[in-house]
Design a protein around this ligand. Structure first.
Ligand code: GUN
Length: 283
């Protein structure tokens, strides 16, 4: 069996075309969705991510601002900036790029963003709503993963979904979203014993552990849906995921590549959340 490859690149392009149309319609009503991204410091990976977000916003005709603050910015300065952005009615979505320098408490920052502008879906109010199944901003990577699975007409209900990783950004919320879709969900993480016993039983396997080639062909079930959230750099500088793609692609039913898989979907769902914020649908 050769797996059907779920291209996040193609699906993103398709969704972005629809988002562009939606923005044109909003512009006719004098509403221009606007995203503000805040970057503290000059971490090269973070800078590259935020540039990608700005570029994608421009592609769909959305306004965006990048606010760059020096690495020594105090927590109070950042919180005051968020107060201003929360008050500014021309700003619909606010994203503070993580990680933050150590003098700043990340949770305090997340808590300060108006939940109606929390397009990352990280505010406890939005996380709580996600858990109860109320309309909310969904965290972008998990949201993108669900959209990728659904785009192939894959039934989630009743399936055994195994999530490897328990971060607040990916692992925990993707498990919750799969549960909301009526999957039976198992979480595995760095302290799980006999991980393979779980991965081999997974109908849907989401891998977000951050280790190159962590999941190999012998770890997966024939015909499984394999979602690779990893972004690792090989010693040669090549981007690679957490899954041995070449080894697994002849055994899986569906598989996401890296690059061109989950990554592009994350930014696209951020744009979608920002449009939703502009329309004032959530919070
Ligand atoms: N850092 C890595 N991923 C993310 C993300 O999805 N949102 C924010 N704000 N920071 C990140």
């Amino acid at each position: 069996m050769t797996a059907d490859i779920i291209s996040g690149k193609e699906l993103s392009a398709q969704i972005k075309r629809n988002l562009s149309q939606e923005i044109l319609q909003l512009k006719e009503k004098n509403l221009v969705p606007k995203l503000v991204v805040v970057l503290v410091g000059d971490n090269p990976a973070s800078l590259s991510y935020v540039k990608g977000k700005e570029k994608a916003a421009a592609e769909v005709g959305m306004d965006s601002d990048l606010i760059r603050l020096p690495v020594e910015t105090s927590e109070q300065e950042l919180l005051s900036l968020l107060d201003q952005l929360n008050q500014d009615s021309s700003v619909h979505g606010i994203l503070v790029q993580l990680p933050l320098p150590e003098q700043i408490d990340e949770q305090k920052v997340i808590d300060r963003i108006d939940p109606k502008k929390d397009v990352d879906g990280f505010h406890p109010i939005n996380i709580g709503k996600m858990m109860t199944g109320e309309d909310s901003f969904l965290p972008c990577t998990p949201y993108g993963i669900i959209e990728m699975i659904k785009s192939k007409g894959i039934e989630i209900e009743g399936k055994h979904a195994v999530v490897i990783g328990r971060s607040n950004i990916v692992g925990k919320p993707v498990g919750q979203l799969l549960l909301n879709e009526n999957a039976t969900v198992t979480y595995c993480h760095s302290r799980t014993k006999n991980m393979r016993e779980f991965t081999q039983k997974a109908d849907i396997l989401v891998v977000a552990i951050g280790r190159e080639n962590y999941i190999k062909s012998e770890d997966i079930k024939e015909g499984a849906v394999i979602i690779d959230v990893g972004i690792n750099r090989t010693v040669e500088g090549k981007l690679t995921g957490d899954v041995d793609f070449e080894g697994c692609k002849d055994k899986a039913g569906f598989i996401t590549p890296v690059p061109g898989g989950v990554g592009p979907m994350t930014i696209t769902m951020l744009l979608s959340n920002t449009i939703k914020a502009a329309k004032g649908l959530t919070g």
